[in-house]
Write a protein that binds this ligand. Structure first.
Ligand code: GLN
Length: 494
């Protein structure tokens, strides 16, 4: 039962090679052996997982008795890992922050409800950067996650635990969230597939919000085919998320069936000259060029394009995102959300003012990076600075969105690198926020424009005697996730 994908799991389950319960048990064994060195999971959920697996087995038996094996859903019994900022009723949800330590979710997120209805099995909750702020999982309050390809290196972030779990086969597939690259960058650094859908395609209800106009939940998987299957299961409008629409679900319908290559190669791929620049590691660039060459051989036509406002994207993101962070994190004050200060401190707190309680609780509960962003966000929104920063950044965001719209008049998809370098050493960038922020230079514009982005592995990066994974990114038009998934699936077959 090693290295199962959603597709091979389904085949094995239907062919009675194993039961969902046996599969779940085998994954918990792997987690017990592998997680201590990776810290990919923050918590596991044996009892509820085994119960869900037994339920899946009963449904499979029932379908078999009725001769309806063909109707068994693709995710039936599939063991998944879920990022710890996505709620599953009855399980912990900390977003890797001390301020939420001990919190248990009281309801299911939109995506977890959908996955439960598809009879998937949740193995546990994965490690991440605190509140999804970071690119390495080093800001997690509960220890750093490690890259399975080299445990001295980061798995990327913020969905680093999900990426490490899938890459090390401690789950068949996983969910992450992506605000500026948090699905695609860790997928690239861990050598797996990461997919951020169009903004609004997947419900954000029950996702602990980082920056609401940018956040989107999506799959981290071993194959592009699996990403399509998992996306199909989670897409769709949700009454609890007003920004979610059915356009996503409609676009996802039938996404699992792959059109022939001859049809897919009608799509033209654009190469933005602003993305192949000096800061890009030359070995990474060579791997991305390799992917382009392979796609050309397969019959795809390429065209140079320009996205002229790309150089403003990072600055724009680091104004818009913290502004939203400062607003979203205000609820964690020890009164509305998050626990009150410990009993001993509470006695002193009783005599204190409301402001003292806020300061104490937030001061103790939030890590340095979260504080930095709350401060930055509060500053850019404050009177006298709002026009100079926040409003201006919103205008730049429109320019970036328009750049993509103009480019998509001439091409159907855009190919770029995912991250400027392969997995870096733990500690290498931890004390240098600016160099950490640069990790997302190729992924952030996609969030600002609300587009779908797919990260998939290319040839590995040579290093010393070994290698490290490298990914490339395919960016699609709004609601055209099928285009980039189809290109990716043919690439992976090749
Ligand atoms: N690394 C980026 C940041 O720190 C993106 C994070 C994310 O996508 N959640 O903001």
């Amino acid at each position: 039962m090693d290295n199962l994908t959603i597709t091979s799991f389904h085949k094995g389950l239907v062919a009675r090679e194993f039961s969902a319960r046996e599969a779940a048990e085998s994954y918990f064994k792997k987690i017990a052996a592998g997680n201590p060195s990776l810290n990919a999971y923050l918590s596991t959920a044996e009892a509820s997982a085994l119960e869900a697996a037994a339920d899946a087995d009963a449904r499979v038996a029932d379908a078999r008795a009725r001769g309806a094996e063909d109707a068994i859903p693709a995710l039936m019994g599939v063991p998944l890992a879920i990022k710890d900022n996505i709620l599953i009723k009855g399980l912990p949800a900390t977003a890797a922050s001390n301020i939420l330590a001990g919190y248990t979710a009281s309801y299911d997120a939109g995506v977890t409800a959908k996955l439960k209805a598809a009879h998937a099995v949740f193995l546990g909750k994965t490690n991440m950067d605190e509140f999804a702020m970071g690119s390495s999982t080093e800001t997690s309050a509960f220890g750093i996650a490690h890259n399975p390809h080299d445990t001295d290196r980061v798995p990327g972030g913020s969905s680093g635990g999900s990426a490490a779990a899938v890459a090390a086969d401690l789950a068949v597939a996983a969910l992450g969230s992506d605000t500026g690259g948090s699905i695609r960058q860790p997928a690239s650094l861990c050598g797996i597939v990461g997919f951020k859908p169009t903004y609004g395609a997947v419900s954000r209800a029950g996702l602990i919000a980082m920056a609401s106009s940018l956040d989107q939940i999506g799959p981290l998987t071993k194959t592009v085919e699996d990403a399509a299957l998992l996306y199909e299961a989670i897409a769709g409008a949700d009454p609890l998320d007003a920004t979610s629409t059915d356009e996503g679900a409609l676009a996802a319908r039938g996404i699992a069936s792959l059109p022939p290559l001859a049809e897919v190669t009608r799509l033209t791929i654009g190469l933005p000259k602003e993305y192949f620049v000096d800061g890009l590691d030359k070995d990474v660039a060579a791997r991305v060029e390799g992917a382009i060459a392979k796609l050309k051989k397969m019959g795809f036509a390429f065209k140079e394009i320009s996205l002229p406002h790309t150089r403003y994207a990072l600055s724009c993101y680091y104004i818009v995102m913290p502004a939203e962070v400062s607003s979203n994190l205000a609820r964690f004050d020890g009164i509305r959300y998050a626990r009150m200060p410990k009993v001993a401190e509470a006695v002193a707190v009783r005599e204190a003012s409301l402001m003292d309680i806020y300061l104490k609780q937030r001061g103790l509960g939030l890590g340095t990076e979260a504080k930095r962003r709350v401060l930055l966000g509060t500053f850019v929104l404050s009177s006298g600075y709002y026009d100079a920063y926040y409003e201006k950044a919103q205008r730049v965001r429109t320019l970036i969105t328009n750049d993509f719209a103009a480019a998509f008049e001439g091409v159907d998809a855009i190919l770029t690198p995912v991250a400027p370098s392969p997995a870096f050493k733990i500690g290498e960038k931890a004390n240098d926020p600016l160099s950490m922020y640069l990790e997302d230079i190729f992924t952030i514009p996609v969030n600002l424009a609300g587009l779908p982005g797919l990260s998939l592995p290319t040839e590995p990066y040579p290093l010393g005697g070994g290698t490290l994974p490298v990914g490339f990114q395919l960016i699609g038009k709004k609601w055209h996730e099928a285009d980039i998934l189809n290109i990716g699936r043919h690439y992976e077959r090749n």
